[in-house]
Design a protein around this ligand. Structure first.
Ligand SMILES: [Cu+2]
Length: 126
């Protein structure tokens, strides 16, 4: 699972670069930019995410463990984000996700409250 997540990282960065237009691929007319990020055991990808103010970042948990996305400064705290994998019936289960809109410019370091060595940062520009 770790290798898959790492291999996806360049694709996510590519998606980031393409997400700057007034409409997105789904034809959404709103000017909200959405940026994906992933959580795997035991890291956030990308570790530093550079976005424009007003961007919604969604962290998707692709690892098997439960994680959180928690602001170092106490500005936000996600619920526990369930992991993916295989359930007791042998069926694949998609992991949970957490989304937040970053309206203010600045640097926003965060961590996982369950695994404090997991850290990341969102850098928001005007
Ligand atoms: Cu964690």
């Amino acid at each position: 699972m770790r290798r898959v997540s790492i291999a996806l990282a360049p694709l996510l960065v590519g998606a980031l670069a393409c997400g700057d237009g007034p409409t997105d691929a789904s034809g959404n007319a709103g000017d909200l930019t959405r940026v994906p990020a992933t959580i795997a055991d035991l890291s956030f990808t990308p570790a530093t995410l550079n976005v424009r103010a007003g961007t919604q970042v969604t962290w998707k948990n692709n690892g098997p463990s439960i994680h959180t996305v928690t602001s170092d400064a106490g500005l936000w705290h996600s619920d526990r984000i369930s992991g993916g994998g295989v359930n007791s019936y042998g069926s694949p289960v998609s992991g949970g996700s957490y989304s937040r809109i970053f309206d203010q410019a600045g640097e926003f370091p965060y961590h996982c409250a369950i695994h404090p060595t997991m850290t990341g940062k969102v850098v928001v520009s005007e």
